[in-house]
Each structure stands twice: as C-alpha cells, then as structure tokens.
Design a protein around this ligand. Structure first.
Ligand code: TPP
Ligand code: MG
Length: 437
C-alpha cells in the first residue's frame, strides 16, 4: 500500500505565513497566503511539513500531499481488484465495529447520566470516533495511549472491556480503576492506557515520559524488541498550553517514539478555536520544532488511518515524533452538563452530514466489502454488549468507605493503612474531632 508520506517532496524554504495547496497549474505545490477561515472547513487537503536537512531550512521547508487524492487513486484501482482498496473486509469490519461501539457506549452514558447513575462531569466523544479508531486500532497491546477527560472511547479502542469502563463511570469496584477514577480518569495498566486526565495538557508530559521509557529500554537497556509507540491525544484548546510546546521540543530533541494527535473539534468548551489562538493551523507547529506536521480530515477514518500508519511506523522505526492535527467535531455539548447553545446550528449540521460512521458504512457497501445486513448485525451485537455493560455495572458492588484513602499516599503504612495492617479510617477514633469524609 502506498504511504501517504512517501508521496511527499521537499521544497525550498518559503516565506512565513505560507501554506501549500495542490493546484492544477502547478504539478504539486502552489503557495498561497493563509487566512484562518480558508483553513477551517477545507478538510479535503492534508498538508505535511517535513524537516529538511539544514537546521535553519527545516523550519521553513514544507511538503504537501492530499490524502484525498491517495484515497481516490486507490478507489479507482479498486474497481479491478479488491486488494487495492484502502482496507480489507476484516479491517473494515473491525473499524466499523469499534466506531459503533464508541458511539453506542457514549449514547448509553448520556442516558445513564440523566438517570443519575453517574456523578461529576461526563464528556462524550460522539462525532470524533474516526480519530480514536483510525489511530488506536493500528497499535500493539504494548503501545501506550494517553487521553484527556474525553477518554471513554480511547479506552474502548485500546481494548479495555466496555463492562470495566461502564463500571468505572458508575463508580463501582469492578471499574478499571475500581471506581476511584470516574469518567475523566480511565486507566488500565494491562492495556497500557495511561489515563484519562482532567487538567488539560496534563497527559502530554506523561505520554512524552512513556515514549522516553521505550527509547531508554531499547537504546540503554538494549531491549532490542522494545519498539513501543505512544499516542498522546488532546484537543485544540490544549495546544495553547505550555506543556504542549515543552513536550514537542523534548520529543523532537530526543527523537522519541510518539505521535501527538490533536483532535481539533474547533471548540474549547464555548471558546472558538479561531478566537483563541494566534495561528489556527496547529499542524504547522510541528516543523517549528523539527518534526512533520500533518493536517487530516478527522471525520474520515480511512484518511486518519493512512496518516496514522505512517506516523506510527515512523515512530516505531526510530525516526521520531509527528504532530497530526485531525479536524473533527463533537456532536454533543462539551459535557453532559452543557446545553450546547453557543455553536451555530449550521456548523453543527455541516459536520453532522459528515458522520464518520455513515462515511465508512457507505464506503464498505459501495466497494462490496460488506452488506447492509452484516453491518446491521454489528450494530445489534454492540447494542447487546453495551446493555450488558450497564447491567454488569449496575449490579456491581460499590467500593467500601475505606477505599477512599487507598492510593492517597505512596507509603501504604502511612496515612491510609496503620502499622497493624488495618485501614486507619476504620478505627472509630480516626476522625474524632475532625470533619468527616
Ligand atoms: C489546566 C486546565 N485549565 C483549564 C481547564 C478547564 N477546561 C476544561 S475543558 C477545557 C477546554 C479544552 O478544550 P480542548 O483542548 O479543545 O478539548 P475538547 O474539550 O474540545 O476535547 C478547559 C479550558 C482544565 N481542565 N485544565
Ligand atoms: Mg476542542
């Protein structure tokens, strides 16, 4: 399969504030001045900035490839041979099932939240499924994923069972964090899901550290088979935080095996991306640190997957980090407590018409990769799985009161557990004279 990045070419340095688009009169590149409005909404172009050999030139050099053209070319070929499609039947069904699971799970969360089964803030991922699925389904189990507070679907894509995620949301002991994390803090050591973070940008240094660990194990500890990759997911609003820039710098400097995946859904709560950042084209910040920056249509799982393949294999073979900006959209409010009255209905309708699940479904049917009946069967299977997750979570036990103080201090013989091995909070005198927890 042709790689999206391999079609790129290095060109000479261009003036700042210039981006590249494909143009008929120029074989490959045509520089133009950018304005924010010409960028957002033009999701059919993927632009790639690739470092050049000379250090100064690499800040200014740029390459470009339109992923849509790669996709189109393969579609044409696909008329003669199925093997030229972007995906096999099995891959397509896996992607479809994962996106349907993400959507069905989140819709169920909304129901359960409004029925009072969940507490605190719950941020849903509806609309953004192509990003999680497009990237995470390419990973090995040993690879790490770091998410944000919008993390349920990343956890599911990484293989954390729906029962464990739902129970965590219900605050039950069977949850992936025994009910202590809740919606914003999904974690699973077994699946190398390193969180779930409520503070924006908080996960980026954790991901950078995980990528450093992989490199250290391979190069210093000589574990030759340690080629693990870390994916860091975060939003557009988060890209205005210092941690983002600091980690891009470190990752490029040390050539870490990491992919920074920006889920640009155009909004940070009620703040429009265009009003919040000096240059809305986030992917351009990659080359400023000496790593490729790529913009991709985040509503199209196949395009995301093409870009992800290249970025992940680049990291795995030791060539360093990539910044990928996925232009996507959330179909619900910021959280379930948000009435979502600020966004323009026309904008919502524009992206609703580009639903990534419908897009993949149409692709599979048009290319005879699956029948309507097969896809319907997947939807039914997922409905049952999600129902089962709810029943399991509902019937699971709530944590004991003593669990509140577990994991608060690193030393288990400290505040949480007494010298006799018993929880100090179970001593009736423990909270005497203090406020009760
Ligand atoms: C350090 C920090 N500052 C402020 C907040 C409050 N806050 C919660 S979500 C959010 C917006 C983040 O937007 P974005 O990164 O685009 O992610 P999205 O919600 O769109 O997925 C902010 C500012 C926070 N959680 N952490
Ligand atoms: Mg956002």
């Amino acid at each position: 399969m042709a790689s999206a990045f391999s079609a790129t070419k290095i060109i000479q340095p261009l003036p700042l504030n210039t981006t590249l688009t494909r143009s008929p009169e120029n074989a490959l590149f045509h520089p133009r001045k950018t304005t924010p409005s010409s960028f957002l909404g033009t999701t059919h172009k993927l632009r790639l900035h690739e470092p050049n050999s000379a250090r100064f030139a690499k800040r200014r050099s740029a390459t470009v490839v339109a992923v849509s053209d790669v996709v189109k070319e393969k579609k044409l070929k696909s008329n003669t041979s199925l093997s030229n499609l972007l995906i096999t039947k099995e891959e397509g069904l896996e992607l479809y099932e994962d996106m349907v699971l993400g959507r069905g799970f989140e819709d169920m969360c909304a129901q359960m939240y409004y029925r009072g089964k969940m507490f605190g803030f719950v941020h849903l991922y509806n609309g953004q499924e192509a990003v999680s699925t497009g990237f995470i389904k390419l990973l090995k189990k040993e690879d790490c994923v770091v998410s944000t507070y919008r993390d349920h679907v990343h956890a599911l894509s990484k293989g954390v069972p729906a029962r464990a995620v739902m129970s965590e949301l219900f605050g039950k002991t069977t949850g992936c964090c025994r009910g202590q994390g809740g919606s914003m803090h999904m974690f699973s050591k077994e699946h190398n899901l390193l969180g779930g973070f409520a503070f924006i940008g908080e996960g980026i240094p954790v991901a950078t550290g995980a990528a450093f660990t992989s490199k250290y194990r391979r190069e210093v500890l000589k574990e030759a088979d340690c080629d693990h990759v870390t994916l860091a997911f975060f939003g557009d609003g988060t890209c205005n935080n210092g941690q983002f820039f600091e980690c891009l710098n470190m990752a490029a400097l040390w050539k870490l095996p990491i992919v920074f995946v920006v889920e640009n859904n155009l909004w940070a709560i009620g703040m429009s991306h265009l009003r919040a950042t000096s240059d809305p084209e986030i992917y351009k910040k990659g080359p400023a640190f000496g790593m490729p920056g790529v913009h991709v249509d985040g509503m199209d799982v196949l395009k995301v997957r093409e870009v992800a393949k290249e970025a992940i294999s680049r990291a795995r073979r030791g060539d360093g980090p990539t910044l990928v900006e996925c232009e996507t959209y959330r179909f619900r409010g910021h959280s379930l407590a948000d009435p979502d009255e600020l966004r323009d209905p026309a904008e919502k309708a524009h992206y609703a018409a580009r639903d990534p699940i419908t897009g993949l479904k149409n692709y599979m049917i048009e290319n005879n990769l699956a029948s309507e009946a097969e896809l319907k069967a997947i939807v039914k299977k997922i409905e049952e799985l999600v129902e089962n997750a709810v029943e399991f979570a509902d019937e699971s036990p709530a944590p004991s009161r003593s669990q509140l103080l577990e994991n608060v201090f690193a030393d288990p013989r400290g505040f949480g557990i007494g010298a006799d091995g018993r929880y100090r909070c179970e001593d009736p005198k423990f909270t005497e004279g203090t406020a009760h927890v």
